[in-house]
Write a protein that binds this ligand. Structure first.
Ligand code: SF4
Length: 241
């Protein structure tokens, strides 16, 4: 008697559907709507009205501060901009600055040569192409030298209240992974994951809530889980309780 061949399941590799090509499953454990709602509620309780910690008086200053904040703390940036914005008040002032002087003025924020190039380049573009005003769309902001999605999202969200994405910085990357809202490490993919599961009217506040929580409680080393109001919802491997 002929033996019947058992039907083997077709592997993903053979089926041509790689894990990377698949959209994130909307209802997997970490992003079940009920769980996401509970996380948002806890964040609202702890941080009802947080916003960007970079001090600024207008969208242009916020743009410059955000460029300066790469690889630097907001506290340090605020120290530098306190005097910087007294000397340079408009995009024109930065566009036609003396680069060596500007380099020394922003030196404490690190990477001062490339930041000077970005600041002067972005300011020139704003003067030449946008009538001296910071543009209000993601597409236009991304044409400015030194501006990527994170900076654009900060400016659009904080200065203009426009939610077209989620700010993904080092804190948002870490917390999104620990809270299992995203299993990606690439910021662009994390942003897409978050945009899928967080309601759009929460995008601006949510990113700032994660940033504040990351600074105060869910720090990279030794997160203070005993003080965390998300602890019961969190099953991160590196939890400290
Ligand atoms: S329980 Fe710990 S690891 Fe989880 S979010 Fe809170 S501080 Fe972070």
């Amino acid at each position: 008697m002929k033996k019947r061949k058992s039907k083997k399941p077709v592997s993903r590799a053979r089926s041509g559907k790689s894990a990377a090509a698949r959209p994130a499953a909307p209802n997997r454990a970490g992003t079940a709507p009920k769980r996401v709602r509970a996380i948002l509620q806890k964040l609202d309780e702890a941080y009802p009205d947080v916003t960007c910690a970079l001090e600024h008086r207008n969208a242009f200053e916020l743009l410059i501060s955000t460029i300066l904040s790469a690889q630097c703390t907001d506290v340090r940036v605020n120290q530098v901009t306190k005097t910087l914005y007294q000397k340079y008040r408009t995009p024109k002032d930065f566009a036609y600055a003396n680069p060596s002087e500007l380099e020394q003025e922003i030196r404490p924020t690190g990477f001062f040569r490339s930041k000077t190039k970005s600041i002067m380049g972005a300011s020139k573009r704003i003067v030449d192409d946008f009538g001296g005003e910071v543009p209000r769309t993601m597409e236009q902001l991304l044409t400015l030298p030194g501006v990527a999605r994170k900076t654009a999202n900060v400016v659009l969200g904080c200065a203009f209240g426009i939610a077209v994405g989620v700010v993904v910085d080092t804190h948002v990357i870490r917390l999104s992974n620990r809270l299992d809202l995203s299993r990606n490490s690439d910021p662009r993919k994390i942003e897409q994951d978050l945009m899928r599961v967080i309601p759009q009217d929460k995008w601006i506040l949510f990113s700032h809530q994660l940033i504040w929580h990351g600074r105060k409680i869910c720090q990279a080393r030794n997160p203070r889980c005993a003080e965390c109001n998300l602890e019961r919802l969190c099953y991160a491997k590196d939890k400290t309780i």
